[in-house]
Ligand binder design. Structure first.
Ligand code: 5GP
Ligand code: MN
Length: 345
């Protein structure tokens, strides 16, 4: 049995909305990851089973390793089909905002969502949700939005309506946001939910292979290159990897190729904090990705030094300046956080 995580009144209210609505739009964050797409498509499959006209819209493209997901071909990319997407958003009776806590996380879609007349519901697990929805279901202690979508559907009484396809999407989001159940994954209810998803006929081993073992040769070579240039700061139990635009070009980099790189330095004994700095190819900025193990709060470091935020163990931000400047900022941050980086626990 699952604990009742989501408040009953919110579930009842959403169920009432759903009973009356025909057109529903689901949106998720920019540079969508497995949880953004998984939770969106998980909800989408369910709404389809209820004969709703549902559309998933995301700000921009998602990585190739998520393209096998059932329904992913129907996901609308806002940066390519803005006009059509704007019409769907304006006409939607319900807008479900999944896996983001602030309008700024949906980039160019923010204005359209803000202006939309439809009722809005947020389902998310990031800290400090902004107040832009009529119903806010925010649970930072739950490791994925996909898990929250599963809980929401079940609590409305529709477990039986979850299809194998929907279950595959939900499982994918739960798996990717926990690094294949290697972090944020000690809640035993996760495994109860997996058991329920398995009862729908999903092949979890196959999903793992499709997500993690279908990379291109150039990605693997890029990984080798990035790691050979890794900088380790033993006095700070930290490591830094980076990629310039030029290097990305040399390895025929495509979006998503460096997904997961930031986690690798954490496999070094005694490294508790990892930073990945990547020159963005579209905007004049450095994309900052931070990961930690244990209690080191990389979201605090992201907020203080890189205009960002996120979770305790996984956060990020943006830096406007050169890669060299970003490295200097990181080194200042390491100095400031040295006591915490050296704390045991
Ligand atoms: P990633 O390193 O995978 O890009 O991001 C990890 C997590 O950090 C995201 O799930 C999100 O919570 C947070 N994050 C990443 N980039 C930003 C950013 O620019 N601003 C904020 N506030 N959070 C971010
Ligand atoms: Mn997530």
């Amino acid at each position: 049995m699952l604990t009742k995580v989501i408040e009953q009144a919110k579930i009842d209210r959403f169920a009432r909305w759903m009973g009356h609505a025909e057109r529903i739009v689901i949106v998720a964050h920019v540079a969508p990851d497995g949880d953004a797409i998984g939770s969106s498509l998980g909800l989408w499959h369910f709404l389809n089973s209820q004969d709703k006209v549902a559309n998933v819209i995301v700000p921009n493209a998602f990585p190739d390793f998520l393209r096998w997901m059932p329904g992913s071909k129907d996901v609308l990319l806002y940066d390519r089909y803005k006009e059509f997407a704007d019409k769907l958003i304006a006409e939607a009776e319900i807008i479900c905002c999944l896996d983001f806590n602030a309008l700024s996380r949906i980039d160019a879609m923010a204005d359209a969502i803000k202006a939309a007349k439809g009722k809005k519901i947020l389902v998310d697990h990031h800290l400090y949700p902004e107040d832009f929805c009529d119903i806010t279901i925010s649970h930072p202690n739950i490791s994925s939005t996909s898990e929250l979508v599963f809980r929401l559907i079940c609590r409305m009484g529709y477990f039986n309506e979850i299809t194998k396809e929907g279950a595959e999407c939900i499982y994918t989001g739960m798996m990717t946001d926990t690094g294949g159940f290697t972090y944020n994954s000690n809640n035993r209810e996760i495994y109860f939910i997996i058991s329920e998803l398995l009862s729908k006929g999903i092949d979890k081993d196959d999903i793992y292979r499709k997500v993690y073992n279908t990379y291109s040769e150039s990605r693997l070579r890029l990984m080798g290159y990035v790691l050979s240039n890794m900088q380790v700061y033993p006095d700070y139990h930290s490591a830094l990897i980076s990629l310039t635009k030029n290097e990305q070009g040399r390895f025929n980099y495509i979006r998503g190729d460096s997904e997961g790189f930031v986690n690798i330095p954490l496999s070094i004994k005694d490294v508790v904090f990892s930073c990945f700095l990547r020159e963005d190819t579209e905007k004049p900025m450095i994309k900052v990705s931070l990961r930690s193990v244990g209690t080191f709060p990389c979201n605090q470091l992201a907020a203080e030094f890189f205009n960002g935020g996120g979770h305790l163990n996984a956060s990020g931000g943006e830096f406007y300046g050169t890669l060299e400047e970003a490295k200097k900022v990181l080194e200042r941050a390491l100095e400031k956080f040295k006591p915490l980086l050296n704390a045991k626990g």
